[in-house]
Design a protein around this ligand. Sequence first.
Ligand SMILES: Cc1cc2nc3c(=O)[nH]c(=O)nc-3n(C[C@H](O)[C@H](O)[C@H](O)COP(=O)(O)OP(=O)(O)OC[C@H]3O[C@@H](n4cnc5c(N)ncnc54)[C@H](O)[C@@H]3O)c2cc1C
Length: 484
Amino acid sequence: MASLLRPAPRGLFSWRGYCSRGTQGRLSAGFVEALKAVVGSPHVSTAAVVREQHGHDESMHRCQPPDAVVWPQNVEQVSQLAALCYGQGVPIIPFGTGSGLEGGVCAVQGGVCVNLTRMDRILELNPEDFSVVVEPGVTRKALNTHLRDCGLWFPVDPGADASLCGMAATGASGTNSVRYGTMRDNVLNLEVVLPGGRQLHTAGRGRRFRKSAAGYNLTGLFVGSEGTLGLITAATLRLHPVPEATVAATCAFPTVQAAVDSTVHILQAAVPVARIEFLDEVMMDACNRHSKLNCCVAPTLFLEFHGSEQALAEQVQRTEEIIRHNGGSHFSWAKEAEERSRLWAARHNAWYASLALRPGCKGYSTDVCVPISRLPEILVQTKEDLEAWRLTGTIVGHVGDGNFHCILLVDPEDPEELLRVQAFAEQLGRRALALHGSCTGEHGIGLGKRQLLLEEVGVVGMETMRQLKATLDPRGLMNPGKVL
Ligand SMILES: Cc1cc2nc3c(=O)[nH]c(=O)nc-3n(C[C@H](O)[C@H](O)[C@H](O)COP(=O)(O)OP(=O)(O)OC[C@H]3O[C@@H](n4cnc5c(N)ncnc54)[C@H](O)[C@@H]3O)c2cc1C
C-alpha cells in the first residue's frame, strides 16, 4: 500500500511534512485509483478547479485546496475511504456545503476532501417521537420542505442553507435558538465514521431517546468537533411542532443600552420569545438600502412570537409594555406570512447588506457570546473600537443569547487593513473572555481562534481536548490544523 503514495522525503508523517513546506503534496496515480475503486470513477476528482472550490469556505481564510475530492454515496464507502486514507497517512477533510466562516474546510496539509452532499436521503421520520434521521447531505431547508405537511419543523437556522451534519459539526445556531436551542440541544444521536474507518453510534445504534444517563455524552463530544474527530454520516434530530400562529415585529430604540435592557426584561418576564435580534444603526441603514425596507435608522430589535392566537396576544401586549417602558418606538407588527418573510429575509441578508456598504470588499464576521448582563457594555465598547481602529463594521446579533456578530468590511488587497481587522477581532474575543463569555457562540474555532480557545478553556482544558483527539485520531489526520 505504501506505493500508493508518492515517495515521501522524511519523517514519521513525511507525506504531511512534504505538504506543510508549502507545496501541496500530490497523490500517486495508484492512490487515486484506490479512491476510485471505493466510490467509482465519476465520484473522484483531482481537477484543479474542483480542488479550488473545496479549499475554502465563506470566510476570508486563504484557499488551500485538497489533493483530491471524493463523493461517497453510503456509509460503507465513507468507512472504506477513511480506512484507506488513514492507512496511508493522508489527511481527511469532511465537507458539507462550505458555508462555514472559520476556514474549517481548508486543506492546510493537503489530503482528501470528503464531500458528503451525495448522501442526501431522509432515512427515517418518527413524527410521534418528534425525531428524524438524516444523511449528511440533507440541508436544513430540504428537511423543512420535507416536513411541510406533517406539522413539524427543525428550527435551528444559521441563515445559510447549510448541511445538517455540517451544522452538527460546527455546533451551529441562529435566530431561533433563544427559544429552541442550538444544535447541541437538538441532536439526539450521530452516526460517525472514525478516522480508521470504524462506525460509531454516539447514543447507541437506532436510539432516539430524549434523555439518558448512560455513560459519557459522546453525542455532545462530536457536536462542535469541526470534523477533527470523525465524519458524521447520519444525524438523529429533534423536531418541534409548527406553531399555530406567528407574529413578527420591529421597533427602534434611542440607545443600544435601551434595546438590550428591553431584551433582558422580556426574558426576565418569561415571555417565550422565539426570535429577538439586535441590529445597530449602521446595520439597519444597510438593510434598509439592500432589502428596500423603510425602518428607522436606529438601534433596532427584530422580534418573533410563536404560539396560539390567545398566547400571542398576551406575549405581544407584555412585550410592547416593556419596550415602551425602555423608550422603544416605531413599532411595526407583521402578521401575514409574506410580510414576515420580507422582514426575516432582510435580517438573513444582513451579511450581503453589509458587503454592499463597501463594494469590492470582503466580510469578516466575529461571533463572541457573553452573559446577557454584559451585552450592553461589550456592544458599546465594540462600537468605540470600530472607530478607534478606523474600521467599517455592522453589528447584528442573537441578542437573547448574548451572542452578536460584528461584520467587518475589509479590502482584501490592503494587507495593513487585514492586519487591523485581525487585531480587532482578537481584541473583541479577549473582551468577551474577560466578561466571562466565549470567543465563539456559533461559528467555531476553525483556523483562526486556536489561541483564543486556549485562553478560554485554559491549559488543562486544552490538554484534555488534545488527549481526546489523540485517543480518537492518534495520527492527527482528521481535518488537521483546526481547533487545537
Ligand atoms: C451568510 C452566512 C450567515 C451565517 N450565519 C450563521 C449563524 O447565524 N449561525 C451559525 O451557527 N452559523 C452561521 N453561518 C456559518 C455556517 O452556515 C455554519 O457554520 C454551518 O453550520 C456550516 O455548515 P456546512 O454544511 O456549510 O459546513 P462546511 O462549511 O462544509 O464545514 C464546516 C466544518 O464542519 C466540518 N464538517 C462538515 N460536514 C461534516 C460532517 N458531515 N462530518 C464531520 N465534519 C463535517 C468541516 O470539516 C468544517 O470543519 C453563516 C454563514 C453564512 C455564509
